[in-house]
Design a protein around this ligand. Structure first.
Ligand SMILES: [Zn+2]
Length: 305
């Protein structure tokens, strides 16, 4: 299992301007140092913070439902953290999207007999290998997939999993918990980074803006939005992120139309003042993160013109 993480890791290292694998994250991470923190969100819904995407956990009388599973070396720690919430078994695992920092534990959890649910495209991409990495073994693949929406009725909660427009990837889902009034939105929205448009896995800027609008429309004023990375947020936070994404789209598109190359756009850093608006928790993006963002954003926008 660590081999698989290593492969994702190695293929993502030096690729600054070619984009895709930068989304796998966790490069050369010493997972032994990672501690899992449990955060209560609302009602019986919690999330686990460790290394990688936020792990949503719905605690019920009969079982637990989890969303995303970070990296394979962290599975035991995630299970231990969930046991502090409940001794009931984990029944299902939903993947918000295909990236390795959200699906890296699939094989471990699949081997525990937990059913994995995801959008059709997540299964297709995992089955053939993501970002040049190895194909996932059958046990790591979703056993339930859907095209548009699927509804679960578990532990007195109504859980709607729905496809978002192709935004971060072409398999992004939101997971809406009606009673808890929570939406887990995966990496379409995050408070720790720029918008992440992974064109290599079907993501688009246009779809990101549409997906963010869909989340805003779905949420009420008191709905808690759990991002793929970062802290619990509100509908207004998502709306602001969308407005800033549109502004970044406008600026970079203008430079593309002026004929600037990706290197020239990176050098110009036209979205410098937007960085603190996108990144509202955690450290501000460094030069490498800004370069990755502008490169992927430029490439996506160019293909969308
Ligand atoms: Zn991602």
């Amino acid at each position: 299992m660590s081999n698989r993480t290593l492969r994702l890791t190695l293929c993502s290292l030096p690729v600054l301007l070619a984009a895709p694998a930068v989304f796998a994250q966790g490069q050369q991470q010493d997972f032994s140092q990672v501690q899992i923190k449990v955060h209560k969100v609302s009602g019986n819904f919690n999330y686990l913070e460790g290394q990688g995407g936020n792990v949503g956990v719905l605690v019920g009388d009969d079982s637990l439902l989890m969303i995303d599973d970070q990296f394979a070396p962290l599975s035991e720690k995630l299970v231990a953290a969930m046991k502090t919430l409940s001794n009931k078994p984990i029944r299902m695992l939903i993947n918000t999207h295909v990236h390795g920092d959200h699906t890296g534990g699939n094989e471990n959890f699949g081997k525990m007999g937990i059913d994995i649910i995801a959008h059709d495209n997540v299964r297709v991409r995992l089955a053939r290998g993501v970002n040049g990495g190895a194909a996932s073994p059958a046990v790591a693949l979703p056993v339930v997939t859907f095209g548009d929406t699927i509804t679960l009725h578990l532990n007195g909660e109504t859980i709607t999993i729905g496809k978002l427009p192709p935004a971060h990837t072409d398999g992004d889902s939101y997971i809406h918990f009606a009673n808890a009034n929570v939406i887990h939105v995966g990496d379409v929205f995050r408070t720790t980074g720029y918008p992440g448009v992974d064109g290599g896995n079907g993501g688009t800027v246009k779809g990101t803006i549409e997906a963010l609008q869909k989340i805003v429309d779905m949420a009420g004023p008191d709905t808690k939005i759990l991002p793929g990375h970062g802290v619990v947020s509100t509908r207004a936070d998502v709306a602001a992120f969308r407005a800033n994404t549109i502004e970044a789209q406008r600026r970079v598109t203008e430079l593309i139309k002026q004929g600037m190359t990706v290197e020239q756009v990176v050098a110009a850093n036209p979205t410098a003042d937007l960085a603190p608006k996108f990144v509202t928790s955690g450290p501000q993006p460094d030069q490498a993160a800004t370069t990755r963002f502008l490169t992927t954003f430029y490439n996506a926008l160019k293909s969308e013109l």
